[in-house]
Design a protein around this ligand. Structure first.
Ligand code: HEM
Length: 106
């Protein structure tokens, strides 16, 4: 499913209370998401991840587009015990669009 980064920028508004991207991105309630495509899970050094998220990273899990799609569809189902208080994005197109937007930040 091809994503549209411009539409994804609007979808990312749902994430911005907790996540930042871009040059000035800092950790908020959630970790900064620069370079998330291809990034190992739970890799931001100064962010305090849940044990569940940290264990997923320790297993060698990497955020590919496919893995992000599965996580964003059902965050608690995909990584039980993780502390992201977000129900997920039900619409596949919204997930594809926000992933395409995130791919633009290295
Ligand atoms: C973790 C994406 C919405 C809070 C993560 C991670 C991703 C992500 C990819 C894993 C980061 C890593 O491994 O370094 C998104 C996207 C969102 C969204 C794309 C919107 C569609 C939210 C919202 C909140 C939130 C609204 C707060 C209410 C968190 C927290 C974590 C996290 C606290 C760390 C979870 C843990 O350590 O268990 N998010 N997120 N996120 N997110 Fe989100």
């Amino acid at each position: 499913l091809p994503g549209d980064p411009e539409k994804g920028e609007r979808v990312f508004r749902k994430c911005m209370a907790c996540h930042a991207v871009g040059d000035d991105a800092r950790n908020k309630v959630g970790p900064e998401l620069n370079g998330i495509l291809g990034r190992t899970t739970a890799a931001v050094e100064d962010f305090s991840y849940s044990d569940a998220m940290a264990e997923k990273g320790a297993e060698g899990h990497v955020w590919t587009a496919e893995e992000l799609d599965a996580y964003l569809a059902d965050p608690k189902g995909f990584i039980p015990g993780n502390k992201m208080a977000f129900p997920g994005l039900r619409k596949p197109q919204e997930r594809a669009d926000v992933i395409a937007y995130l791919a633009g930040f290295e």
